[in-house]
Design a binder for this molecule. Structure first.
Ligand SMILES: Cc1cc2nc3c(=O)[nH]c(=O)nc-3n(C[C@H](O)[C@H](O)[C@H](O)COP(=O)(O)O)c2cc1C
Length: 373
């Protein structure tokens, strides 16, 4: 097959009219390098611009909707003063030819920004010294729903092409969906349907805000983690029911957060098939599904797309090889860099804090030992 005939190079159009030049998306990756106040930094603009030219869409690092749900080094979208920086971020990405999607989130019990740890229930994170979060009262929840809507409105004003509501990777919306962290018995917990209620209310509010403000096609996506290892915990059958509700909610896409696109369900569904192919078979005809996880080479990407998913996100590999798409398009797969050396930070425009983070967690990124040449 001629390189440019590969499925990853085919254009794609969302129902709402946003056109993508190909099927590869830059996955959201927290770089911890926004300014201390939550505004966009020069370093992060350089990092994104270096990676945005080949992919068709960039989903930004998780950006907080209220400071109590933020992380140090993350950007915020909770006040109008951040709009000029967000506008520079959107236009820097778009100037490279990619659509720009702002990922918006509330970290809940993972948030260490203000010291007010909140969650669905008083269950701490499973790590040494983790704070016991305060259970959010029912009366506090409407302000969080509004905060998501307002953050999405600022993304519209800043010229983004969409927002992705982050409901995966253990943040607040994940905490509400999980029967492990959600032990409530009000309208936000107690049954599977009620554990979805916060996410669905936020989606509705975000869509309402966006539809009243957007003057060009603007997409709204949702990212989820399909399973948790423990019991109680999110099962694949919970996620299939959730995906059904998400599909009905009028979203533009669902993004399945995985570390490996090949991974199979632990429980609650056929474990002889990948989670991605199960999701695609059940919902792919109703809503575009974005897959992700462990894509390093164009051959990996082609394999992932054989599940039938229309769009694929790539994370770590774009950190290591900003020219991934260019090399793939030229058929130079062998030239793609799939490891890091300790000299690579400046070469690859990786922000300082991101570099410290990724080089301090063994096994997360493949580092070559003999790097000091
Ligand atoms: C440094 C780093 C930061 C990440 N931050 C986020 C984030 O802010 N939001 C999110 O949804 N996922 C985040 N992820 C997960 C990635 O989007 C992706 O799902 C994961 O890395 C697997 O894809 P990959 O194998 O292509 O890297 C992060 C991953 C990395 C490596």
């Amino acid at each position: 097959m001629h390189t440019s005939d590969q499925p990853i190079f085919a254009p794609f159009e969302f129902q709402r009219g946003l056109r993508l030049k190909n099927r590869i998306i830059m996955a959201p990756m927290t770089h911890m390098s926004s300014n201390p106040d939550g505004s966009i930094s020069e370093q992060e603009l350089t990092y994104y611009m270096r990676r945005a030219s080949g992919v068709s869409m960039v989903i930004t690092a998780a950006t907080w909707v209220s400071e109590a749900g933020g992380l140090p080094g993350a950007a915020g979208a909770d006040r109008d003063a951040f709009i000029p920086g967000l506008r520079r971020l959107a236009s820097s990405i778009q100037a490279q030819g990619a659509a720009a999607v702002l990922q918006i989130f509330h970290a809940g019990r993972q948030s260490s920004r203000t010291g007010d740890y909140v969650s669905a229930g008083p269950i701490p994170e499973d790590k040494e010294g983790a704070a016991i979060p305060r259970e959010l009262t029912e009366a506090e929840i409407p302000a969080i729903i509004r905060a998501f809507g307002e953050a999405a409105g600022r993304a519209v004003d800043a010229g983004f092409d969409g927002v992705e509501i982050h409901g995966g990777n253990g943040n607040l919306l994940h905490q509400f969906f999980s029967p492990y962290t959600n032990r409530r018995n009000d309208r936000y917990g107690g049954t599977l349907r009620k554990r979805m209620a916060l996410a669905l209310a936020i989606i509705e509010e975000v869509q309402r805000t966006v539809r009243s403000r957007a003057v060009k096609p603007f997409i709204v996506g949702y990212r989820l983690s399909p399973e948790e290892p423990g019991t109680p915990g999110i099962t694949m059958s919970d996620t299939l029911a959730f995906a059904d509700a998400l599909t009905d909610s009028g979203l533009d896409y669902i993004h399945i957060s995985l570390n490996d696109f090949r991974s199979v369900p632990r429980r609650g569904a056929d474990s002889s098939r990948s989670r991605l192919s199960i999701m695609q078979e059940r919902y792919g005809h109703r809503i575009p599904i974005i897959g992700v996880g462990g894509v390093h080479t164009p051959s990996d990407a082609t394999l992932a797309m054989q599940t039938g998913i229309p769009l694929l996100a790539v994370g770590r590999q774009l950190v290591m090889e900003p020219d991934w798409m260019k090399l793939a398009a030229e058929g130079r797969e062998g030239k793609i860099k799939t490891t890091l050396t300790s000299n690579d930070q400046q070469l690859l425009d990786i922000p300082d804090s991101m570099w410290s983070l990724i080089s301090s967690i063994p096994g997360w990124f493949p580092f070559e030992r003999h790097s000091e040449k």
